[in-house]
Design a protein around this ligand. Structure first.
Ligand code: TRP
Length: 354
C-alpha cells in the first residue's frame, strides 16, 4: 500500500474493534451504517466485535429484555455474515478487564474532557443531576474496550466520532504520563496505539420511513418508521410499501433529490442494498413513478433482508448455542485483554504475582 511508505512505522498490529449496544431492536440503519462494514472488514483484518452490555446499563434496563437483546445482537452479527470462529464475537461483561482498564482511564481522562461530550449532554437532558455516573464516564469505558486489545481501527458511526477522539486523547495521555515506565518495561515510546475511526460516508445514513428528515431510530414510537433486522419478508414488504413519498416522479440526477428527503432516503437505501450509488439508481429509475420504484425496492429489500430476519429467528430459537458462541469469544478475548492488563499494572507500578 502506498500509505505505508509515508506513514511512520507503527509497532501495532492492525486490529479492528467495534461495539454495539444491546438496547432495543437493530434496524436497517444499524445494518447499512455499521454491520455491513463489520462484515466487509473481516476480509482484510482481524476483528473483534463486542456486544457492549456494560454500556447498556448506563441507563435503566430490564434484566429479562437485556438478556434477550444481548442474544439478539449476537444473532444479528451472525445472520449478517460475521464469522465468530475466524474473528471474535463476545459480550463485554464476560471479560472483566474492560471494567478494570476503564477504572485506570477514569484516572487518566480529565473532567474537562468529559464535560465536552455532546452525547452525554443529549442523553442526560435537563435532569443532569439524575444521570448515572456511568453515563458520564461511558467514554472512558469505550476507550478501554478498544485499548484493552490495543486495537488500531474502529468502525463507528458519525455520532461516536467524538468518543473515539477521546479514546485517542486518553491513549496519548497515558503514553505521555508513563513514558519513562513504558520505556523501562520495554514497550518503546508508546504502549497504546491511537485508534483510527473508520467512518462511513453520508450515503449510508438511513432516515425514518415516515419522515425523511429524522434518522431511523429504535426509539421512534412508530414501527413503520424502520425496518428491523428481525422483520420477516411480509413486514419488510409492507413497511417499504407504506413508506412516505412525495407526488413527483423520480429525478434523473442526484441534484433533483435535494429538497425531497423521503425520495432521497429511499434512493439511498436502494443504492446501499444493491451496492451502487444514488446516481446509478437514478439512471435506472429517473422519470419512474414511486409505485414502480417501490416495487423494485420491495423485491430488493426482501431479497437482502428477508434471509437475515429468518436466520435471526432460527438462531434465537436456540439460545444455548448463542450463549456458547459468546462464551467461546469471551475466552479468546480474555487471553488478549489479560495480557494488556498485566502490562498496564506493571507500567502503573502495581505489585502483583509477576
Ligand atoms: N458507544 C458505542 C455506541 O453507542 C458502542 C461502543 C461501546 C463502541 N464501545 C465501543 C463502539 C468501542 C466502538 C468501539 O454506539
Amino acid at each position: 500500500m502506498t500509505e505505508a511508505t509515508t506513514a511512520p512505522a507503527t509497532p501495532f498490529k492492525d486490529l479492528v474493534f467495534s461495539g454495539v449496544q444491546p438496547t432495543g431492536n437493530l434496524h436497517l440503519g444499524n445494518y447499512l451504517g455499521a454491520i455491513t462494514k463489520f462484515v466487509a472488514l473481516q476480509q482484510s483484518h482481524d476483528c473483534i466485535y463486542c456486544v457492549v452490555d456494560l454500556h447498556a446499563i448506563t441507563v435503566p434496563q430490564d434484566p429479562v429484555q437485556l438478556r434477550n437483546s444481548i442474544r439478539e445482537v449476537t444473532a444479528a452479527f451472525i445472520a449478517c455474515g460475521i464469522d465468530p470462529t475466524k474473528h471474535i464475537v463476545f459480550n463485554q461483561s464476560q471479560v472483566s478487564e474492560h471494567a478494570e482498564l476503564a477504572w485506570v482511564f477514569n484516572c487518566t481522562a480529565r473532567l474537562g474532557w468529559l464535560n465536552r461530550m455532546t452525547q452525554f449532554k443529549e442523553k442526560a437532558g435537563k435532569d443532569r443531576e439524575n444521570a448515572s455516573v456511568g453515563l458520564y464516564a461511558y467514554p472512558a469505558l469505550m476507550a478501554a474496550d478498544i485499548l484493552v486489545y490495543r486495537a488500531t481501527h474502529v468502525p463507528v458511526g458519525d455520532d461516536q466520532k467524538q468518543h473515539l477522539e477521546l479514546a485517542r486523547d486518553i491513549a496519548q495521555k497515558f503514553n505521555n504520563d508513563f513514558a519513562a515506565s513504558i520505556a523501562g518495561h520495554g514497550f518503546g515510546d508508546a504502549f497504546f496505539p491511537l485508534p483510527e475511526p473508520l467512518i462511513q460516508g453520508p450515503a449510508t445514513r438511513v432516515m425514518s420511513l415516515r419522515d425523511g428528515t429524522k434518522k431511523m431510530s429504535k426509539s421512534d414510537p412508530s414501527d413503520y418508521s424502520r425496518i428491523n433486522l428481525n422483520d420477516d419478508a411480509d413486514a419488510i414488504a409492507q413497511k417499504v410499501r407504506k413508506a412516505k413519498t412525495d407526488p413527483e416522479a423520480l429525478p434523473s440526477e442526484e441534484a433533483g433529490l435535494a429538497s425531497r428527503p423521503e425520495a432521497d432516503n429511499l434512493v439511498g437505501i436502494f443504492a446501499a442494498l444493491s451496492d451502487t450509488d444514488k446516481a446509478s439508481v437514478l439512471r435506472q429509475f429517473g422519470g419512474a413513478q414511486f409505485s414502480t420504484f417501490k416495487s423494485a425496492l420491495v423485491d430488493l429489500s426482501v431479497e437482502k433482508l428477508g434471509p437475515i430476519g429468518a436466520d435471526m429467528k432460527r438462531l434465537m430459537a436456540d439460545p444455548a448455542h448463542i450463549d456458547a458462541i459468546l462464551v467461546d469469544g469471551s475466552d479468546r478475548a480474555r487471553v488478549l485483554a489479560a495480557q494488556t492488563m498485566r502490562s498496564v499494572k506493571d507500567i502503573l507500578g502495581f505489585v502483583s504475582r509477576g
